[in-house]
Design a protein around this ligand. Structure first.
Ligand SMILES: [Fe+2]
Ligand SMILES: [Fe+2]
Length: 186
């Protein structure tokens, strides 16, 4: 049975995994010489910083991973350590995309390359990261965590969401994602 806590993480993965297609589409348009919609590009990096990193990775790093570690799943040299290093790598790519956008705002065309390269690296990283979490880590959670722990994690997730991004923000991000998807994919 899928508990509320794992369902929430899997649902967030379904949202976050739309972003690689959007980023690929945006990078392609820029490389083709189409004028950059800087508001859209800011929206993409905001989604990644706030929804994917602060909110989703926060839930994993502060609550799910420690719970799994306590249940005997190794961090250093094990699956949790790999997930953590991929989160850090993702943050570097987001920072690179932001630097690219700032350069574009300043009229520097080098910004396009900087954005596109970091976006490409991020999409490759993210696609396989989500696969591993869905197929390995969350399956381990299913096997190792009991119902009481699942409920505790779910409550922590709700609290984190309210404190860090605020009520209603989650829905706003989904609406943003839908708008970007229409423009950049398909
Ligand atoms: Fe993750
Ligand atoms: Fe995740």
């Amino acid at each position: 049975m899928l508990t509320r806590e794992r369902k929430e993480l899997r649902n967030e993965h379904r949202g976050i995994e739309v972003m690689p297609d959007i980023l690929d589409g945006a990078a392609e348009k820029l490389r083709d010489g189409e004028p950059a919609d800087l508001g859209h590009l800011d929206g993409m990096t905001e989604f990644l910083s706030v929804f994917a990193d602060t909110c989703h990775h926060g839930k994993e790093e502060e609550f799910l991973f420690p719970g799994l570690e306590a249940a005997g799943i190794p961090n250093d040299g094990g699956p949790i350590g790999v997930m953590l290093s991929e989160h850090r790598k993702g943050l570097e790519c987001i920072a690179g995309m932001k630097r690219g956008i700032e350069a574009m705002k300043a009229g520097d065309r080098e910004g396009i390359t900087l954005f596109a390269e970091n976006a490409g690296e991020y999409t490759a990283l993210l696609r396989q990261h989500i696969q591993k979490e869905d197929n390995v880590l969350l399956v381990m959670a299913e096997q190792r965590l009991d119902a009481a722990k699942d409920e505790e994690l779910f409550r922590e997730f709700e609290k984190l969401e309210e404190e860090r991004i605020g009520k209603g923000k989650h829905e706003e991000f989904h609406a943003l994602l839908d708008r970007l998807r229409e423009t950049y994919t398909g």
